[in-house]
Write a protein that binds this ligand. Structure first.
Ligand code: IPE
Ligand code: IPE
Ligand code: MG
Length: 249
């Protein structure tokens, strides 16, 4: 019998960290003759499916780009709807997180979110903090340039206060000043909706990440789409600047 996509996934060659740019909600709604917010509402099922799919095959870290710094510039009604939806879906999905042993955390300028969103997030972060299977990180009011700017300021401050030597600034130290300090770099980045750009997401962390673009719009993304991306990843040869023959040793 034909193996399912999930069965084809090679257990000992999993990416530890998968990051996703969830894109295409607005276009999905428009195609259905509906308003953009309808697309965002229908994106929640895709978040649930993806999170479960990741936990089921044992992905340690899943990071979802949910709201960018630039997204604040969208019409007020859309931003408000996204914030309400965030609270509502965190409420509804907490049981999914507990059932699948998933820990929630965030990256981004969380302090810029409405206070009730922050409160809800903190509640669930606290409630899931001992969960071990998968760490689900939501990027909220996140942008990579914001994150890097903050890191540079913090590094400069420490140098000025003589708690850090310039000689000690290196490629291992810099990531410890990023929001993702407790995460390994993603091995795989997925972006839905057919756009092929990073939109200010994890610029430092994605240096050697495999990129997977799919035309699927985010509300249509399901477990099998996730497994398909994992399988594509497992077919890639990651050379890190070396030549193929050097990898075989
Ligand atoms: C992604 O879908 C969700 C967010 C950025 C919040 P979009 O809202 O960007 O949908 P499109 O790209 O306009 O179709
Ligand atoms: C990127 O999507 C941000 C999120 C998915 C949260 P956008 O739809 O905002 O990206 P651009 O503006 O098309 O690049
Ligand atoms: Mg978009």
């Amino acid at each position: 019998m034909m193996k399912t996509l999930k069965e084809q996934v090679i257990d000992n060659q999993l990416p530890r960290h998968v990051a996703i740019i969830m894109d295409g909600n607005g276009r999905w709604a428009k195609k259905k003759g509906n308003i953009r917010i309808f697309g965002h509402k229908n994106g929640v099922a895709a978040v649930r499916e993806t999170t479960e799919a990741a936990a089921e095959i044992g992905i340690e870290y899943l990071t979802l780009y949910a709201f960018s710094t630039e997204n604040w510039q969208r019409p007020r009604t859309e931003v408000d709807a996204l914030m309400s939806l965030l609270i509502q879906s965190i409420n509804n999905e907490t049981s999914t997180l507990q059932k699948n042993d998933i820990q929630l955390q965030t990256i981004g300028d969380v302090a810029s979110l409405p206070v009730n969103v922050q409160k809800k997030l903190n509640e669930v972060i606290e409630a899931t903090k001992n969960n071990k299977r998968t760490v689900l990180t939501l990027a909220l009011s996140y942008s990579s340039r914001w994150e890097i700017t903050k890191a540079v300021k913090n590094i400069a401050t420490q140098v000025k206060q003589n708690t850090l030597n310039i000689e000690d600034i290196n490629e291992e130290l810099i990531p410890t000043f990023l929001n993702t300090a407790n995460l390994p770099d993603p091995e795989l980045l997925i972006r839905t909706s057919g756009e092929q750009r990073l939109s200010n997401f994890l610029l430092y962390q994605l240096a050697y990440t495999e990129l997977f673009f799919t035309p699927k719009l985010w509300p249509d993304f399901r477990k099998n789409d996730f497994y398909e991306a994992i399988l594509a990843f497992q077919g890639r040869e990651r050379r890190f600047g070396k030549i193929s023959e050097q990898l075989k040793k």
